[in-house]
Design a protein around this ligand. Structure first.
Ligand code: ATR
Length: 302
């Protein structure tokens, strides 16, 4: 056990032991409630901007900071934050799985995703882990982009954490079928088997005969971080196919460029998902749902 782990373990024991003592509640005097996003790196994060606009719009007295914390210090930082009155954290790469391991309790959707992007206190001694990413994608598709998922044949590219986190919310929208295609085909098959009780889905590699004619294609690979797109062909598309990249950037992402150059008329990137998952976290923390449209507009214009 490292010094960090020892510290975190003793603080977690303390956190578990302070039920009823009011220690956490007492440290939250009249100062604004403390929130933040924890990741490594984190300088690029738009979450403080988004939550700042939500707070102003809904008149909530809160501050929201960035915490750049490497994996070895993650547990210690989170426990310290909550012990000192912190109310909620968003969790981003590379800590989403560690956050699920740290939480005292997971919501069913975080449990299914095996990853946490939202932490909060329950009472005074329990850290709850939730995952709002899938809900963010579903809301962006349906509410912002007007993509009616019910009955659609969907292709998900990638079988890592990002794909896992959106499968259940997408299946809840009743597509006719979801095909998961991944560079490592076995990973796609195993993910499909795991979620098979929730709907009609199948896993395969990028060379599969199944890969043609989808209504909606969602890129959940991390290929764009290497400036790449998965090895896919125009056979995936038909006249009305919508392509959605969970990644986003100031420039068009490689997947959006691929889609447009292969004739896709509707290629979207994940700015809306980013804002919607944040709104879901915000409403869990504050009990009030902010309007997302003006925030999405401000983000794109910034
Ligand atoms: P995340 O949590 O972002 O999903 P991950 O669990 O490491 O991260 O998964 C990354 C996904 O992107 C995987 O599906 C990975 O494919 P493999 O399972 O075969 O590794 C996929 N991926 C990463 N780089 C890729 C590339 N250049 N081309 C195609 N797929 C890629």
């Amino acid at each position: 056990m490292t010094a960090d782990h020892a510290f975190a373990a003793s603080n977690e024991a303390r956190l578990a032991a302070i039920a009823g003592s009011g220690a956490v509640a007492n440290s939250m005097t009249s100062a604004p409630d403390q929130y933040g996003v924890i990741g490594h790196p984190i300088a690029h994060s738009w979450s403080p901007f988004i939550h700042g606009l939500f707070a102003r719009q809904t008149e909530q007295a809160m501050v929201y900071k960035r915490f750049d914390v490497p994996p070895a210090k993650f547990r210690r930082h989170v426990v310290h934050f909550f012990l000192h009155g912190g109310r909620g954290l968003n969790v981003t790469l590379p800590h989403k799985v560690a956050a699920a391991e740290l939480a005292n309790e997971l919501t069913p959707r975080a449990e299914r995703a095996g990853a946490v992007n939202t932490l909060m206190m329950q009472g005074e001694n329990e850290i709850i882990g939730d995952n709002t990413d899938g809900e963010g994608l579903a809301r962006d598709l349906q509410d912002n982009c007007g993509v009616a998922v019910s009955g659609m044949r969907i292709l998900i590219l990638g079988a890592g954490g990002a794909a896992r986190g959106v499968l259940a919310p997408l299946l809840a929208l009743l597509p006719s079928e979801i095909v998961i295609a991944n560079r490592t085909a076995a990973r796609a098959s195993s993910l499909a088997r795991e979620f098979a009780p929730l709907g009609n889905l199948i896993g395969c590699g990028f060379d599969s005969q199944l890969l043609s004619h989808f209504d909606l294609i969602i890129n959940a690979t991390s290929a764009s971080t290497q400036g790449e797109t998965p090895p896919i062909t125009a056979a995936l598309l038909h006249e009305g196919t919508v392509c959605y990249d969970m990644a986003y950037g100031r420039e068009k992402t490689p997947f959006v460029r691929w889609a447009e150059s292969n004739g896709c008329k509707r290629a979207l990137q994940g700015w809306g998902m980013l804002v919607e998952q944040a709104a879901e976290s915000f409403s869990i923390w504050r009990g009030i749902r902010p309007e997302t449209a003006p925030v999405l507009q401000a983000l794109i214009a910034s």
